[in-house]
Every structure is written in structure tokens, then in C-alpha cells.
Design a protein around this ligand. Structure first.
Ligand code: AMP
Length: 291
């Protein structure tokens, strides 16, 4: 596995792949790798001939008072995990390499940013779009793989690729979960043992909503109430939103149907966690790790 820290070295490597006729797959991450990230690497390796994984904690997607400074970072560990999983090129640019000065151009997610995490994290998706667009221009991958765990992000980026005619195919991979259902996230590292136990109520609650749908509920309020009920007694949990949304517009669904996305954000202690389930698919489409 080769490691590059500069944009020019990264581009040179990319050119070599082009000359060799290799399709390049790309997995952008903020590091502190876990099995969710590594499942995206597997996916990239299935779809492409060479895989780039980037590790970059992107300051422009964190708001003031968010966890940019304390976001977990461990490059040596990430290097080992990436190499063992078959990553060909690790791209680890510094903040000054990516942002030699503050960007003047800004991207706007439009109406897709008006829902869910958008209003709660002002500027977040603009920051994600900026860094992903820059990375896509630097790496010029044939395929880029994102996780469905961050559903709003994947939908916004899909729309950005479409609207801007980017020549990359996006692939959105299933959520990887612990054996009790909690979606893997770098931020799970912040949870105390009590909070970790409380966090398991999130996937249980989404399951309860899914069950309500399978049992015939078509009103969003009914499904959302089933989710909320499951979280009512969790003292350590503060729900930010629970919603049933349209998979294309992210607007609240008028009726719940197959492909409606049931989304949830909650704080467990000080840690903000998000999760979702696509209705009709069954959680069987997600990947569960063995206990
Ligand atoms: P992050 O490092 O949190 O920015 O995530 C990098 C990529 O990994 C994003 O596309 C995420 O959606 C994806 N990802 C994060 N957690 C998971 C998970 N549990 N399962 C699958 N993909 C994930």
C-alpha cells in the first residue's frame, strides 16, 4: 500500500492507474476506521481494480462547538487496517494541503439540506460537498463508495454528482452494525458503558417502526410513534428527530411505503448519533457483526 500526502503525488498515482488501464475505486473517510469503512473498501475492491482510501478530518463540515478537535485520530492504526483490507493507496492530506486558504466558493445542498440534520448542523452539508467535490477532482475515481448510514449525505452527494455532471459512479453500501444492532460509527468511541447500552435502543426503535409498517401502518405518524415509544424510557437519550422521509427529496413522506426512509438523530449523553432504515427492505440488508 502506498501513502500519499500531497495532491500532486496523489494525481501522479492516479495517472499511472489510468495508463495501466485500471479502474479506480475511492472511499473517503475521516479515519478511525471501523468495519463499516472497511466494508466500503470491500465494495470498492469488488467494483474496481485499485482502491484509494482517504483519511481527512475535514474542518469545513464541523460547526463551532462541534467535535473537530477531539475527533478520534489514529493514523498508524488506520494504516494497518487499510493495508490488511487491500487498500492500494492511502491518501492523507493535511488541512493546509486541502485548504491553503479558506475556500471562497461555497456549495449549497439546496432543498435537500433543509431537512433532518441540515437545520441542526448549519453549514455541515456545504462542508461535506466541498471536501467531497475537491477529493473527487483530485482522485478522479471511476467509482466512489459511501455508506447508507449517512443517508442524507449520500442523497445530497448523489444529487451533486448528477447536477454537476461529474464522471463518477456513486455506490451506496449497507450499514454495518454491532451484534446488538448499533450502527458502527467513529463517534461510538465517545460513549461510556452506560451510554453504549442506551445507544442500542436506537436500532431497536427503528426496528419497531419497521415492524409497524410491515403490520400495515401507512401513516407516517403511526410509524414515528412506534419508534418514539421504544426510546421513551431511555434517560440518557435526547431525540433530535425521528422522521419518515421520501428517499429522493428527503421531505416528510405523506404516506409510508416501500423505500420510505425512517431516519433518527439522537444525543446519547454528549454524543450525537444518527441512524436510518429503508422500509420494505428489512434490516436483513444491513450487515451485522458477530458478538
Ligand atoms: P466517516 O469517516 O464517518 O466520514 O465515514 C466515511 C464513510 O463511511 C461514509 O460514507 C459513511 O457513510 C461510511 N460509514 C460510516 N459508518 C458506517 C457503517 N456503520 N456502515 C457502513 N458505512 C459506514
Amino acid at each position: 500500500m502506498i501513502q500519499h500526502a500531497t495532491i500532486s503525488d496523489m494525481r501522479r498515482w492516479r495517472e499511472e492507474q489510468r495508463h495501466a488501464g485500471r479502474r479506480v475505486g475511492f472511499v473517503p473517510t475521516m479515519g478511525h476506521l471501523h468495519e463499516g469503512h472497511l466494508s466500503l473498501v470491500d465494495r470498492s475492491r469488488d467494483l474496481a481494480d485499485a482502491t484509494v482510501l482517504s483519511v481527512f478530518v475535514n474542518p469545513t463540515q464541523f460547526g463551532p462547538g462541534e467535535d473537530f478537535d477531539r475527533y478520534p485520530r489514529d493514523l498508524e492504526r488506520d494504516r494497518g487496517l487499510a493495508e490488511r483490507r487491500g487498500v492500494d493507496c492511502l491518501f492523507v492530506p493535511s488541512v493546509s494541503e486541502m485548504y491553503p486558504r479558506a475556500a471562497s466558493v461555497a456549495l449549497d445542498p439546496g432543498s435537500l439540506g433543509a431537512h433532518l440534520c441540515g437545520p441542526l448542523r448549519p453549514g455541515h452539508f456545504a462542508g461535506v460537498m466541498l471536501v467531497v467535490l475537491k477529493l473527487l477532482h483530485i482522485v478522479e475515481p471511476d467509482i466512489a463508495v459511501f455508506g447508507r448510514k449517512d443517508a442524507q449525505q449520500a442523497i445530497i452527494l448523489g444529487r451533486m454528482v448528477d447536477d454537476l455532471n461529474l464522471e463518477v459512479q456513486l455506490d451506496v453500501a449497507p450499514t454495518v452494525r454491532e451484534s446488538d444492532g448499533l450502527a458502527l460509527s467513529s463517534r461510538n468511541a465517545y460513549l461510556t458503558p452506560d451510554e453504549r447500552r442506551a445507544a442500542a435502543a436506537i436500532p431497536r426503535a427503528l426496528d419497531a417502526g419497521h415492524r409497524a409498517y410491515r403490520e400495515g401502518a401507512t401513516e407516517p405518524e403511526t410509524v414515528v410513534a412506534a419508534v418514539r415509544r421504544e426510546l421513551e424510557n431511555e434517560q440518557l437519550m435526547r431525540v433530535e428527530y425521528i422522521d419518515a422521509v421520501d428517499p429522493e427529496t428527503l421531505a416528510p413522506a405523506r404516506r409510508v411505503q416501500d423505500r420510505t426512509v425512517l431516519v433518527l438523530a439522537a444525543r446519547v449523553g454528549a454524543t450525537r448519533l444518527i441512524d436510518n432504515v429503508v422500509l420494505g427492505e428489512g434490516t436483513a440488508s444491513d450487515v451485522f457483526l458477530d458478538g
